[in-house]
Design a protein around this ligand. Structure first.
Ligand code: SF4
Length: 329
């Protein structure tokens, strides 16, 4: 039997704004074919390249190997950009790559012990409800000293997420539920790791050769520069550099009831998505400052009937259900 594949991001989309979900995945409001933004400019996916690098580092402990894996992701990105009719921006390419390389160098220097991942990029395909299946990929798994299984998820962020928000996110709980269903072993917890997508800068100096009070370097580099130039470190600079977090790891311990709840919630989301797919429900707008500001449909969602504007800004693509049945059918 063919299944419609549902991802965690589709679930998040349908729960944040049904109109956004419809325009992006179903197209009920725009004649049956969802919309994809036309863009003359495709960016490299630094997040994917970082994911490949950090998985390789934690699996092998070999930095060169990690860079090779990131480079392969870059090559795949290049192929995709060319395939979609885009042009490679050499400056953007070089900048994105240099940042990944610098961040990895900083990461390895400051966290030299790899986690020893036993598997990476593990697929999850689990039935949620009749005809609907969850698709997800776990970045990695490892075992602690007692042999217990942990999930590992890595993100490359322009801004680190607050601890409370990470704890509220349901994705790893859902993956724990799906993992147990598919592989028969209950993970004990998850490590969610975020790294700032910004390399530490070299120490800035004043014209008289002393370190500047405003720095974007690491605290160690600043203190070393102060020592070299016999300068008293500024308290405010030390405090600011100390407070600047470039990486965070949050440990989540699963509970049986929490994992079961995540599964039930995903099954409910699948039923809701089914109702939109069949046209049983009309999608409802749920505007909010936070989600609308980054929404691809903000210029057309109020009344998505102006075909001229829509066709100028968007391509019409196959609904998610057909696209994904074809891919996995
Ligand atoms: S702009 Fe806001 S209201 Fe409109 S589709 Fe996007 S999230 Fe929904």
């Amino acid at each position: 039997m063919k299944h419609r594949i549902i991802s965690d991001s589709q679930i998040k989309s349908v729960l944040s704004c049904q109109v956004k979900y419809d325009l992006g995945y179903v197209g009920q409001l725009v004649g049956g074919r969802p919309l994809k933004k036309r863009t003359p400019y495709f960016r490299f996916s630094a997040g994917r390249a970082w994911g490949a690098a950090i998985q390789a580092w934690h699996r092998t402990g070999d930095k060169q190997h990690a860079l090779i894996e990131a480079g392969l992701e870059f090559r795949r990105d290049e192929d995709e950009i060319v395939e979609r009719g885009g042009v490679i921006d050499d400056v953007e390419r070089a900048d994105t790559w240099a940042t990944i390389e610098d961040v990895l160098n900083w990461y390895v220097a400051n966290h030299p012990e790899p986690l020893g991942l036993e598997s990476t990029e593990v697929p999850l395909f689990v039935t949620l409800t009749r005809g609907y299946r969850l698709e997800g990929y776990v970045d990695g798994t490892f075992r602690d000293a007692d042999g217990r299984l942990w999930l590992y998820e890595a993100k490359y962020r322009s801004k680190l997420t607050s601890y409370d928000q990470i704890m509220r996110d349901r994705q790893v709980w859902l993956y724990a539920w799906a993992w147990e269903k598919q592989y028969g072993e209950a993970p004990v917890g998850a490590i969610k790791e975020e790294v700032l997508a910004e390399a530490p800068k070299p120490v800035r100096f004043n014209q008289d050769g002393t370190p500047s009070a405003t720095q974007s370097c690491t605290l160690n580099d600043y203190l070393a520069a102060c020592r070299r130039t016999a300068t008293e470190p500024r308290e405010t600079t030390v405090e600011a550099l100390n407070a600047k977090k470039r990486m965070q790891r949050v440990e989540i311990l699963f509970t049986k009831r929490g994992v079961e709840l995540a599964g039930k919630q995903a099954q409910s989301a699948a039923r809701l998505i089914g109702m939109f797919d069949r046209g049983d429900l009309a999608p409802i707008h749920n505007p909010s400052q936070m989600s609308c500001s980054t929404c691809a449909f903000k210029d057309v969602c109020v009344d998505p009937t102006d075909e001229g504007v829509i066709d100028a800004l968007f391509e019409r693509v196959d609904p998610a259900r057909y696209r994904q049945e074809a891919r996995h059918g």
